[in-house]
Design a protein around this ligand. Structure first.
Ligand SMILES: Cc1cc2nc3c(=O)[nH]c(=O)nc-3n(C[C@H](O)[C@H](O)[C@H](O)COP(=O)(O)OP(=O)(O)OC[C@H]3O[C@@H](n4cnc5c(N)ncnc54)[C@H](O)[C@@H]3O)c2cc1C
Length: 402
């Protein structure tokens, strides 16, 4: 298509540049990011987010945010609100294999950083983003769902459940792993269920967490102890479905004992636990991140194993890439929803996400074997990696999102 043909037509004053469907962490960050760049943006979210307050009990759902996510949230002007509220920076990471005993450590100081990452509540991240939406000029439609959409020659018609129709150049589907919009666009996914669930809880341990993220690989799946701001640790313990059922059914004392054993008492005995919850785990990648006048982003595009703590970090990298691609197109006077513009975003992010998703998948498989020769090899590999400076630096840079 020639540049002249792509030039945007004059649009109605109420027409939007971008409609974002889904106001979770990825969707809210997209809406805010694009509004800050001067686009006319509406955010459509089905459920009113639960408000966050400093007196509230620490939410069970937490994520480890990588430096790349911190950078994006700083650029959006919400990082200070997040860290002032309740974030726990960690400067160390220690990963070890239960079977071979081999371990791998990372230290922020060695890398000239203040932190390797931050543990924050999902609800708090969403809260600080939503607090900023209105001032940035985002039109918030909530509670409201996108029920249908249709790409037309010069715009996309997005119908809400109260039957209003929004006219937009581009529709961003950030509506989560089960993405109804992805299905409506006819985009298939590939992947597999892990037949595993992640049991999460906040636990009190005998010893301090030392601002370190601990992760022990067991044949059934890894257990992570992530340092929380109040001194407790948040556990993410991946295990086969049936084991998860059994662990959820334990009384508190037995659960604490089981977490102590699983973590090899690295932080001493576990003396108390919060309520528990469990989440099914799957690997899922959309076959394409793009349809006519539409892109997928966040969990709508990719779902990965939580062992590397990267799910939302990948989603926020999608946000940064989409912002850059759309700003560049607009500044060049191009249609921001032109097929080749969206292709740039879709290709770049899909190949990066695929590489990450498959690496996490390979990692989960590699640690699932407990046959002796395999354990020996794995132990050797981990020890080598820990000593091989350049490889280790590369791994740390990648996890940080650089
Ligand atoms: C146990 C566990 C631990 C994890 N740990 C980490 C970690 O340490 N680090 C990390 O980076 N990631 C982690 N993740 C992954 C992370 O939680 C997800 O990647 C992230 O929550 C996905 O955010 P999202 O905004 O893409 O989707 P969601 O949070 O699912 O948001 C989608 C939103 O879309 C709305 N919606 C749905 N349909 C419609 C519609 N038709 N119209 C309008 N709105 C709609 C929904 O109401 C919802 O609010 C973990 C995941 C699990 C399960």
């Amino acid at each position: 298509m020639s540049g002249a043909m792509e030039r945007p037509r004059r649009r109605r004053a109420d027409a939007l540049d971008v409609v974002v469907a889904g106001g979770g962490m990825a969707g809210a960050a997209t809406a805010l990011s694009l509004a800050r760049e001067g686009f006319a943006v509406a955010l459509v979210e089905a459920r009113q987010p639960r408000p966050w307050g400093p007196q509230d009990e620490l939410d069970l759902r937490v994520v480890a945010l990588a430096p790349s996510s911190a950078h994006l949230l700083s650029r959006l002007g919400v990082w200070d609100a997040l860290t002032d509220a309740r974030a726990s920076g960690y400067s160390g990471m220690h990963v070890w294999d239960a079977e071979s005993g081999a371990s791998l450590s990372f230290d922020a100081a060695e890398r000239g950083q203040s932190a390797l990452g931050w543990i924050v509540e999902n609800r708090l991240v969403q809260h600080v983003l939503w607090q900023a939406l209105e001032a940035a000029g985002v039109r918030v439609e909530c509670p409201q769902t996108v029920t249908t959409f249709q790409a037309r020659e010069h715009d996309m018609a997005v119908t809400l459940d109260d039957e209003r129709v929004l006219s937009t150049q581009l529709l961003v589907a950030a509506d989560g792993a089960a993405s109804p919009l992805r299905d409506m666009a006819g985009i298939e996914v590939r992947g597999r269920g892990y037949a595993q669930r992640a049991v999460v809880a906040h636990v009190t341990t005998e010893r301090e967490h030392q601002a370190t993220a601990w992760q022990r690989f067991l044949p059934g799946g890894p257990i992570a102890l992530l340092p929380l701001a109040d001194g407790r640790s948040s556990i993410v313990w991946s295990m086969p479905e049936a084991d998860a059922e059994a662990v959820l059914a334990l009384d508190d004392q037995a659960f604490c004992d089981a977490v102590g054993v699983a973590s090899d008492f690295r932080l001493g005995r576990v003396t108390a636990t919060s309520a528990r919850a469990a989440f099914p785990l799957r690997l899922q990648l959309a076959r394409s991140y793009q349809a006519e006048r539409m892109v997928l982003l966040g969990d709508a595009a990719h779902v990965v194993h939580p062992l590397a703590g990267q799910g939302v970090n990948l989603g926020l990298r999608d946000v940064a890439e989409l912002r850059d691609v759309l700003v560049q197109a607009r500044d060049a006077g191009r249609d921001i929803a032109a097929e080749h513009v969206l292709r740039r975003y879709a290709r770049r992010r899909r190949s990066a996400d695929t590489l990450d998703a498959l690496s996490f998948d390979a990692l989960s498989r590699a640690f699932a074997h407990s046959a002796a020769p395999w354990v020996g090899l794995r132990g050797m590999g981990v020890r080598l990696l820990d000593r091989a400076g350049p490889f280790k630096r590369l791994l740390a840079s990648h996890a940080a999102g650089r």
